[in-house]
Structures are given as structure tokens and as C-alpha cells.
Design a protein around this ligand. Structure first.
Ligand code: NCD
Length: 297
């Protein structure tokens, strides 16, 4: 694998190989602190990030790499420098990999066609967020052994969510059934053809869920009103304590973060015994280590 641009198109065996490698890291497997010694991994974040950027940084350090943290704020983007000029200039400083987050879908793909080093998509607009899909699948696999025959309900702003798209590809490739749930205006057409079941009724699908993944309303990507109010969304699609009571006893609750507490997820559920939200974050480091190792080989 030269780049990691998306999960779509990856084979089950490719995904499992990455997750196995992450598992080995997490179990303290063979010392990997020399793998990228003397190399530089460049983080290029054209959009804000808390978990993704810091965990790619920790993953790179664990492999012995130096990290260049470029952020759009304070850069020459404000002077009109283009995406390709920016990345070509960063590439000229010699990194072995570029980790890119950008508001435009397809930006990492464009970059990958124009640079010689490895490119990792850390989230491109509403398109894909492959490392998140992998770490979510990894978290479920660690809990369940494998995903075959499991049902994962992903609920919220499906239309604008790159996390939903990457998870749909990743979880179905690993044998799970994915139910995408949200208001009709936030469910794009054609999801069934990607292998998803689609529902607008959370209360109907919740009892079947082995895991529920709640998604934030991506208000920054919404140019118009997609539903009457945030309160209305929370009432119909928020995972509150009463809804969590109706889940299977062993069902897990997930969220990629950042959480809008009290909107898509109630604080008591986010911090409750079903929640694996901080496990997802912790696993992000091991999974990103496996990704860096794979594309920098
Ligand atoms: C998500 C993202 O940026 O796509 N967060 C993440 O990377 N963990 C989800 C979001 O912003 O809601």
C-alpha cells in the first residue's frame, strides 16, 4: 500500500493485515522504535483536529520519526498559496509521509498524484476518514473477536460524515451489517447500493444493535437548514438514557468525537459503562502506527 486515501476498494485481507499489525503494537510486540528513525512525518491539517493529529504524532514518534506539524492557521494559505504549492514546498523539506486533512473531498487524492512520498488521508471533506474507520473496526474486533454477523447502527448526520462513509466500507468488508440512521434530509441517496440498510427511525433499529455509533451534526458543512432545530434532532435521534435502556444489555456505544453532549449523545451515556469512546481514541495510536509502518515501507 503506497498511500491510504480511503477504505473503499480495500480488501478484507488488507484491512485485517493492518488491524493485526495494530494488535501486535498494542500487545507490546517487536520493538518498532527504529522503523522510521531519521525520517520525518509531516502533519498537514487544513482543518481543525484534536484526536487525529495528536495520535498520528504519537504514532510517528513511537516509530522513531520526527514530526512536522503544519497547520493552516499562520501559514501562507492566507496569502493565496495553493494546496499543491503548499504540499510541494513541504515535500521539498524531505518528509517520508504526508498526513493530510482538508475540507475538500478528494484533496489527498490530488496531492498523492503530485508528490513522491506517501499520503495518508486524515479526513477529506464529507468523503472519507480511513484511519477512523480502521480504529473503530479495531475497537469492535478487540471487544468481539470478529465482526461477522454483528449489527452496527450509525446514527446522525450521515450526509456530511466522512466517518460514516469509511465505517460503512470498513465494517461491511469485515462482515458486519451497517444500519445508517438519521433524518431523511441527512441521508444521501444510494446508500443501499453501498451495502447499508437505511432507516429514519432510531427507536425501531436500536434493539437490534450490537453497537451504536453516534455522529455529530456537522453544522460547519451545512449551508442550509436540514431539520427544524437542534432540539428536534436531539429528541428524535439523540442517544439519551431512556433509549440506551432499550439496547441489548451488552451493546456498545461509540462516538468519533468531538461530542456535542446532550445533542447526539447524553453525557450519562457517553461516560457510562457501555461507552468505548476513549478506547477508540487509545486504539487510534496503535492503528495509525500500523498505517504509517505500512505506507512508509
Ligand atoms: C471527526 C472528523 O473530523 O471527521 N472527528 C475525528 O476525526 N475523530 C468527526 C467530526 O468532526 O464530527
Amino acid at each position: 500500500m503506497r498511500h491510504l486515501l480511503g477504505i473503499e476498494g480495500l480488501r478484507r485481507a488488507d484491512i485485517e493485515a493492518l488491524l493485526d499489525r495494530a494488535e501486535a503494537h498494542l500487545r507490546g510486540g517487536p520493538d518498532a522504535s527504529h522503523v522510521l528513525r531519521g525520517k520525518v512525518v509531516a502533519n498537514l491539517f487544513f482543518e481543525d483536529s484534536t484526536r487525529t493529529r495528536t495520535s498520528f504524532e504519537m504514532a510517528a514518534h513511537a516509530l522513531g520519526a520526527e514530526v512536522l506539524n503544519w497547520t493552516m492557521a499562520g501559514s501562507s494559505v492566507s496569502k493565496g498559496e495553493t494546496l499543491l504549492d503548499t504540499v510541494r514546498n513541504i515535500e521539498a523539506t524531505g518528509p517520508v509521509a504526508l498526513v493530510i486533512r482538508h475540507r475538500a473531498a478528494g484533496a489527498p487524492h490530488l496531492v498523492a498524484r503530485n508528490v513522491g512520498c506517501a499520503v495518508i488521508n486524515a479526513g477529506d471533506g464529507t468523503h472519507e476518514h480511513p484511519s477512523q474507520g480502521l480504529l473503530d473496526a479495531f475497537t469492535l474486533r478487540r471487544r468481539w473477536g470478529n465482526l461477522d454477523g454483528r449489527t452496527v447502527v450509525i446514527v446522525g448526520d450521515i450526509l456530511h460524515s466522512r466517518v460514516a462513509r469509511s465505517n460503512l466500507h470498513c465494517l461491511t468488508a469485515l462482515g458486519a451489517k451497517v444500519v445508517l440512521c438519521g433524518p431523511p434530509t441527512l441521508l444521501p441517496p444510494g446508500l443501499e447500493s453501498l451495502g447499508a440498510e437505511v432507516s429514519t427511525r432510531l427507536d425501531e433499529v436500536l434493539p437490534r444493535a450490537d453497537a451504536v455509533m453516534c455522529l455529530r451534526l456537522q453544522l460547519e458543512r451545512q449551508g442550509e437548514n436540514f431539520f427544524p432545530s437542534v432540539r428536534e434532532f436531539a429528541r428524535l435521534y439523540g442517544l439519551n438514557a431512556a433509549r440506551a435502556e432499550r439496547l441489548k444489555p451488552e451493546a456498545l456505544v461509540m462516538h468519533p468525537g468531538p461530542i456535542n453532549r446532550g445533542v447526539e449523545l447524553a453525557p450519562a451515556v457517553a461516560d457510562g459503562s457501555r461507552s468505548v469512546i476513549l478506547e477508540q481514541v487509545a486504539h487510534g495510536v496503535a492503528v495509525r502506527r500500523a498505517i504509517l509502518e505500512e505506507v512508509c515501507r
